[in-house]
Design a protein around this ligand. Structure first.
Ligand SMILES: [Zn+2]
Ligand SMILES: [Zn+2]
Length: 148
């Protein structure tokens, strides 16, 4: 996990302007680990810094971080739309539609897909933090023989 200073320094080196609001959002993301909703960030800044950034402001800062590939936005189903720092190594999630179980998976599963899409279509994929929906082993086992 990177520190907020590392991220801030890197962005400043790229010529980005780091306002106080931008800095505290980066701090929130690094302090809490990954998977924060906009509401989580809002609540965190309120509690720890006494700063009441509007959800629109936070959203705009997250869009900026997404463009710069610091943050990935992922729809985690029941957990909502979460923002996560893009870290090395990358990780992704399998989410069970029946029981809601979340299984973390390694980025290796996407390596061949990336290669193939680049070779076939010249397409450079950005699979930074992916949620794939389906049924976990246990839930799938409960309705063997069903046709759905
Ligand atoms: Zn994740
Ligand atoms: Zn399940």
């Amino acid at each position: 996990m990177r520190t907020p200073d590392e991220i801030v320094n890197r962005l400043e080196d790229q010529g980005e302007r780091l306002t106080i609001q931008r800095r505290v959002v980066i701090e929130a993301l690094t302090a809490c680990g990954d998977h924060m909703t906009i509401q989580d960030i809002h609540a965190y800044l309120n509690q720890t810094q006494g700063m009441a950034l509007s959800e629109t402001t936070i959203y705009r800062i997250l869009e900026w971080l997404k463009r710069l590939r610091i943050v990935a936005q992922t729809d985690m189903g029941a957990a909502g739309i979460v923002y996560a720092l893009i870290d090395n190594p990358l990780h992704h999630h399998l989410i069970c539609l029946r029981c809601g179980r979340v299984i973390d998976i390694d980025d290796a599963y996407f390596a061949s897909m990336r290669r193939q899409l680049k070779a076939d279509l010249g397409f450079i994929t950005r699979i930074d933090h992916m949620a794939i929906y389906g049924e976990c082993e246990q839930c799938a086992g409960h309705h063997d023989g069903e046709t759905d």
